[in-house]
Design a binder for this molecule. Sequence first.
Ligand code: ADP
Ligand code: MG
Length: 709
Amino acid sequence: MNETKLKSYKEIINSPLVVLNGIGRKRAELFGKMGVSSVGDLTDHFPRAYQNRGNVRLLNEAESGLACSFMLTVATVPRTARLKNRMEITKFRAFDESGRVEICFFNSRFAEKVFDVGQTWRFWGRIAKGRNGLTMTAPVYERADIPGTRLPDLVPVYPSTAGLTQSVIADAVKSAFGLIGDRAPEEIIPPELMLRTGVPDRMTAYRFVHFPQTVREAQEGRRYFALREIFEFVLAIRVTRSSRNRGTPPSLRKVSVGPYLEKLGFTLTGAQKRSVDEILNDMTAKGHPMMRLLSGDVGSGKTAVAGAAAYVCAAGGYQCALMAPTEILAAQHYGKLSPIFEKLGLKTALLTGGLKESEKKRVREGIASGETDVVIGTHALISKNTFFARPGLTIIDEQHRFGVIQRACVAENTGEKTTPHVLVMSATPIPRTMGLVMFGELSHSVLDELPPGRQEIKTYCVDFGYTERLDDFIRKQVSEGGRVYVVCPAIEREKDPEDLLSVDSLDQEKTELHYAVEEYERLKESLGEISVGLVHGRMKAAEKDGVMELFASGKIQVLVSTTVIEVGVDVPEATLMIIENAERFGLATLHQLRGRVGRGKKKSFCILVSDSKGENAVKRLGVMKDCSDGFRIAEFDLQQRGPGDYLPDRGYARQHGESAAPLLADVDMLRESEKSVSGILDSDPDLSAHPALREAAGEIAGKNERLLQ
Ligand code: ADP
Ligand code: MG
């Protein structure tokens, strides 16, 4: 087809997959299952790892069962024989300088035509040692003796789906880049930003990601996409912020917060008082609508502060929406706040998915008519089809992801021309650097003080030599009525280890992994009487809940798990948290995990177990040991691992999987992007001179909206 000659980059990437050689309707459908439906989707379908085929062994060095590469010359003509069970086997012999091997393929008569005597191929597969010598069944094969071409050492391993082989995907990717040729898209990242952060240009980055010569190239390629994501993120948040800044804030009647504080039942901490003052100042000042972040560790008392803001808004004549991430949290807030508000004469409603349709409708009518003063519910319910008569304040609880925040800030579902105030609350301490980008100078309130009576959790770092002593410590805690968490980074040993290289790891050292399933078996054996449970991400929700309940009620005393317990569990009797392979986790995760203990009156402990000698790992674990301040931990983590945890999900820069692989995005990218975007917006506030940037900012807003639904 010669028509492609005239096409632009954009036209090509928007074309359906069937324009590629070898992709018909059937295969296109399979790709569709992975969300890959256009040529552009395919170029953005990144390998999840790379297989190292450069590690070529001689036949006499082969360890049986372990897959690796061999350079072999074909010695005999392939012959096909018919087996009893209607199978066919095609066999031939091949050799290298150290020995020979029989290679077989099943039901692959075409192999007769592939291999000719005298050719050299690179075979990748497992060697079996049998009575009649070595055999290799169904290896991967690549012609290795074509003059002028060199086989790449690294072969991408793509996310796949049943029916699509790696080679079909890889060929499709090659064909896509063949079509694109030397066309390139318009670059929206300013050139000096690319220069300062040292990333390759986009087409080079694609080449590095899909066809790397070295691991380093694969990483370099990904850095471009990380920068792009961060740049777009900063751009979109700044555009949202500046358009909000131009909006008219609601004109609240001035009321005192005193009556609310009297009904609260406790005195605010100094940090809470300061935060309430900052928020009320923003809400009553003339100027622009508030966009403020309130962050504080779990238990620092954010709800009471949010309540003060809601009260001042509602008593001042406007409506307040309080959005929580889960129904349970929404119900909890409602349970705490509505009795206070009702006593103060404010009408409060709960809007959750669990309500009957007719009830939801009634609640929404109350909001639309203006009768309801405060509505508490989940993000999704409040942001969709919910119209406010007099929107004054939107509070978003437990959110540090930009997509959700931005969606709430745009808030076009309002009946008025005013732009409501926004307060975002998060227990994932958002580091200062990040807060600055998202909320700007002076709009970050911090609860850096816990309400009285909380105790610090003693943290220790040990190596696996301590396993027996730790078992004793578990027995001691349990005999004193405590309960114990044991967290492992992975569920189960992979049955089929391949020679995979991940590009996401910061420490190149490899520590031995500890698996939840094995640790569970070991502890059951070692702890005898004590009952041990297991939860992990591959279990069904109902199963998980069942085990969690047994742990909460004390029928299980030791719970082995993966990070599934990171959020939302509250077992006050838990006094000991043991984290194995602690070097594998991000600090934010370690901090959240540690927060699962120390919730009752008893002294609590967190033990980080690691054999790692890596410089970064040792530093990170040291920070955990010496520091219980979530903000300092988050700031350190941001410096080391980059800002990926705060970006919209599903990004290039984000890690995949359960444990915390470090990211290739870094804080410098964030700072440099912020500088660059500020410079552009200063001279061109509505981006009228930068149409491509304007379009990008709009597209990201749309993407985030989709993520919410
Ligand atoms: P978070 O910041 O994690 O959302 P909460 O708002 O749920 O924390 O508060 C945790 C607990 O501390 C609640 O039971 C709350 O009533 C209590 N609390 C909050 N502020 C104070 C205070 N100043 N004095 C005593 N208890 C407080
Ligand atoms: Mg809370």
